[in-house]
Write a new protein. Sequence first.
Length: 184
Amino acid sequence: MSDDRSRPRRTPRPLDPARLEELALSYVARFATSGGKLEAYLIRKVRERGWENERPADPAAIVERFVSLGYLDDEAYARAKSGGLLRRGYGPRRVTQALTAAGIAGEVREEVRAGEAEERRAAVALASRRRFGPWGPPSDREVRQKQLAAMLRAGHGFDTARAVIDAQTVSAAEQWAAEFEEQR
């Protein structure tokens, strides 16, 4: 039985343009990603493994080419990511943070921004999933404060969090969420 610690660690070969392209293609094939995330990944790989070519690495050119070929679509990625976070109950602030971290441009973030009705549904979804407000047992002031804090950390505004937590019944909270849709 061999001891893994005694075996010298193999250093990966430095990257060249063809290997960097292969890494990018395999990353895009495996993960739903944005142009910003792909570029950050490629930069990290070049930093970790090194570069063996007289011209410097150009991850931005690879990302640009993948966008033109249709392999990457930041708007589609932003819509999918935003929708998934809203369905899980996250609020607009957390959605914006996630899209910013993924390198999505401000115009695209604004274009896919959820409306008031979706934000209200997200707040109700979080409260229901976490058993806050009317979904849970009756609570005292301290528990209510913790629930409000959790809603705020999830990206909801104070008024939205308070409206959901303070609802007297589940149907009242769901009616509050549906009100905005009826007004349109």
